[in-house]
Design a protein around this ligand. Structure first.
Ligand SMILES: [Zn+2]
Length: 276
């Protein structure tokens, strides 16, 4: 853990007002970090991480087939996220594809900054419907303010040690404490409650964007199969609620009407790339 991260925490805590928020499913969240702070911090962490990866040649070109596929899917999902939470129209929604065939992971930060790893696409071999479920689930974590929740945990537990291997020491030195907490937050597991919430919101977002709700079930089956060769990062940050499969199987039929209505003509919203 970097020393200045440890030192910076009390100062950070001093300036953050304790906030009580309510998630879209009505759950009360106690947050040390306000959502606005989480968005600012995530923006900085994202620029730093993607900037480093781009220098290493690990960001896929936007003209690549994979990038175009991911853009098309996330564009439709973001349009639905904005329907659900109109204030997120102001978010800087963007997605990057990180070229790392060993990493089965994807995430979305507060403020709409997303990433998916080539390992997830290569190892899971998801259909468009399944890939949409992954991204819808991630987007749901962000719109339900789970980033701020995880940042709060990162700060409260002083989890700077989780930074090892994520960022270069140079990057860690130049980032603000809040941005470091945001970078740590996406590496930390969500709570099981947050997982259930993201499952619930995600399957609906995806259905309204025209993606088959049954893919939420097959996606998690595929994820479990890949786990046989060592658990993918995605499963370590997304602990499975015990009854996830049953819950999703119960929700899927209720989502079919949305899906049928949207599948022919779902609106889309373009997702810009992060600034170079
Ligand atoms: Zn999750």
């Amino acid at each position: 853990m970097s020393t200045q991260f440890r030192i910076a925490i009390p100062a950070l805590l001093a300036v953050l007002a304790a906030a009580c928020a309510v998630s879209p499913t009505g759950r009360r969240q106690l947050a040390l970090v306000s959502e606005d702070s989480a968005i600012v911090a995530s923006e900085e962490a994202y620029a730093m991480q993607i900037g480093e990866l781009r220098k290493e040649g690990k960001i896929l070109s936007e003209s690549s087939r994979v990038a175009q596929r991911v853009d098309a899917i996330t564009g439709r999902l973001v349009a639905q996220a904005i329907e659900l939470r109109p204030d997120t129209a102001d978010w800087k929604w963007s997605v990057e594809i990180i070229d790392d065939p060993e990493v089965v992971n994807a995430w979305c930060m507060a403020g709409g900054r997303m990433a998916v790893y080539t390992g997830l696409i290569q190892k899971l071999d998801p259909t468009d419907d399944e890939l949409a479920q992954v991204m819808a689930h991630e987007i749901s974590h962000a719109v339900a303010n789970h980033t701020a929740e995880r940042m709060s945990v990162a700060i409260a537990t002083n989890a700077g040690v989780a930074l090892a291997g994520i960022l270069s020491e140079d990057a860690q030195r130049t980032m603000t404490a809040a941005a470091l907490a945001a970078a740590v937050a996406i590496q930390m597991p969500n709570s099981r409650t947050a997982e259930s919430e993201a499952d619930e919101i995600g399957i609906e977002l995806a259905a309204k964007a025209g993606y088959n709700p049954n893919a939420a079930i097959t996606l998690w089956d595929k994820m479990a199969n890949v786990a046989g060769n060592g658990p993918p990062q995605f499963l370590s940050t997304h602990p499975s609620p015990a009854n996830r499969r049953e819950k999703l199987a119960e929700l899927a039929p209720q989502m079919m009407a949305y899906y049928e209505q949207a599948r022919r003509n779902a609106p889309t919203r373009s997702v810009a790339r992060a600034e170079r």
